[in-house]
Design a protein around this ligand. Structure first.
Ligand SMILES: Nc1ncnc2c1ncn2[C@@H]1O[C@H](COP(=O)(O)OS(=O)(=O)O)[C@@H](OP(=O)(O)O)[C@H]1O
Ligand SMILES: [Mg+2]
Length: 424
């Protein structure tokens, strides 16, 4: 009898084991596959597929702990560098064609086919990789939609601008698919900006006047996170590749993009700034850049706008003289000024307001600010107030811009305030 019950008990256990085994066969595969796919997602978040890792030879920090921490914006940096690099192929072809088709916008600033084409290409790259991100771009497609001749000119340029490295070209989505897609890309730059989320600030050709007169110009792109410029990229086809090349007086006037010219600056907040030669394919190797330590401020070289209407040459000169600076200013258009001081070719950037009402545009400064900060500099407005990029398309709470190496910044801003205060 006992053995009968023992047998039965054993059978029950065996049956139960069978049921458990069967159930786990049914449930395990989906559970396992979910876990595996989660692991894959996690891995791709921490280690995104990235040509940059091979090509940049780790331009930023190299310690393993920081490696994981910094990955968050490495993909954004790579996309921004490639997008700007591709857009410079287009701007360079327009620069050489001398058919710089200018339009007149309502604010009378010159707009070129290069501006529209570069904006289309860059926004299409951003949207390919980060479809949810917003973009504050300088241009819109209103003129392109109205003017068929202009549209076909820009479309031809956009189609011709290709990176000659297929992996790099694929990374940013390849060619724009249609004229409508091109128009939509340009118009995707209409974000109102703001303090929340991921917003890119894009100036497809900064320094349009320099571009038209054969001086310096720059293709500028920055990613702002919750209103703070976090990734910055500037392409300057007409600056010398050599970070040490002194700034000569001609740099803002008789420029070209011959051999030995063309620089791509990049920076991620907290991770340093780099420069590398522009290329027509994948990214070239980058090296870290730093502002020049200034032991004696009277030896400083200061940069300012070419256009007297954009920055007060008189006030800039008064500040320089109070600082004991005797070297003449270096005038050049565009955010090439930020890049030049970030790599120690120049030292200070003074942009004293001319007009009481002009509001600086975020796309004229966001990329340059990250690059200078990451190279060891400080940037504020002319009153020493932090630049507020989170209040829309303009820096409406700021007046002017001052950038200098951290060590001398307090002295520079003191003198700037003296000069501004004397005019109040
Ligand atoms: N009144 C006034 N004050 C300050 N800034 C102004 C003003 N008017 C225009 N702009 C903006 O200046 C941008 C180019 O300035 P830069 O210093 O980069 O170059 S320049 O030498 O002044 O041309 C220029 O950028 P781009 O239009 O991309 O060239 C303008 O956005
Ligand atoms: Mg501009």
């Amino acid at each position: 009898m006992t053995s009968f019950f023992t047998q039965l008990h054993k059978k029950k256990i065996t049956l139960l084991s069978l049921i458990i085994l069967a159930t786990s066969f049914i449930l395990a595969p989906p559970f396992l596959s979910r876990s595996v796919s989660r692991l894959v997602q996690l891995k791709s978040h921490l280690y995104p597929s990235s040509a940059i890792q091979q090509k940049l030879r780790r331009p930023f920090n190299t310690t393993p702990n920081r490696y994981i921490a910094r990955m968050a914006y490495e993909n954004e940096l790579e996309v921004a560098l490639l997008a700007v690099q591709r857009a410079t192929l287009l701007t360079k072809s327009v620069f050489h064609s001398h058919s710089k088709g200018t339009l007149t916008k309502s604010d009378n600033s010159p707009v070129t086919i290069g501006d529209l084409g570069a904006q289309a290409l860059i926004i299409s790259s951003i949207k390919h990789v980060f479809p949810e991100d917003e973009v504050v771009g300088e241009e819109d497609a209103d003129d392109l939609r109205k003017d068929e001749a202009l549209r076909s000119l820009v479309w031809d340029l956009v189609q011709a601008a290709k990176l000659d490295d297929s992996a790099a070209e694929d990374k940013i989505g390849g060619p724009i698919k249609s004229v409508d897609a091109m128009l939509d890309s340009v118009d995707s730059g209409r974000s109102a900006g703001g303090r929340k989320g991921r917003i890119w600030a894009l100036d497809p050709i900064d320094g349009t006047k320099g571009f038209l007169r054969g001086g310096q110009y720059a293709v500028c792109l920055a990613l702002m996170i919750d209103g703070v410029p976090t990734v910055g990229v500037i392409g300057t086809p007409n600056l010398p590749v050599d970070d040490k090349a002194p700034l000569d007086a001609d740099i803002g006037a008789n420029a070209d993009d011959s051999d030995g010219k063309g620089v791509l600056f990049g920076a991620v907040k907290g991770e340093g700034a780099t420069s590398r030669p522009l290329s027509s394919g994948g990214l070239k190797e980058g090296s870290k850049i730093f502002m020049k330590p200034l032991n004696d401020i009277s030896q400083a070289t200061f940069c300012e706008s070419v256009e007297a209407g954009h920055s007060s040459h008189g006030d800039n000169a008064a500040i320089a003289s109070k600082l004991g600076i005797t070297k003449p200013s270096v005038r050049m258009d565009s955010q090439a000024k930020y890049g030049s001081i970030a790599r120690g070719a120049g030292d200070l950037y003074l942009r004293l307001p001319v007009s009481k009402t002009y509001q600086e545009k975020i796309w004229d400064h966001a990329a340059g600010v990250v690059i200078v900060q990451e190279a060891g500099g400080e940037v504020t407005d002319a009153w020493g107030k932090p630049l507020d990029f989170g209040i829309g398309r303009t820096l409406k709470d700021n007046k002017g811009v001052v950038a200098a190496p951290k060590g001398v910044f307090p002295r520079v801003i003191e003198v700037v305030k003296e000069v501004l205060g004397a005019k109040e």
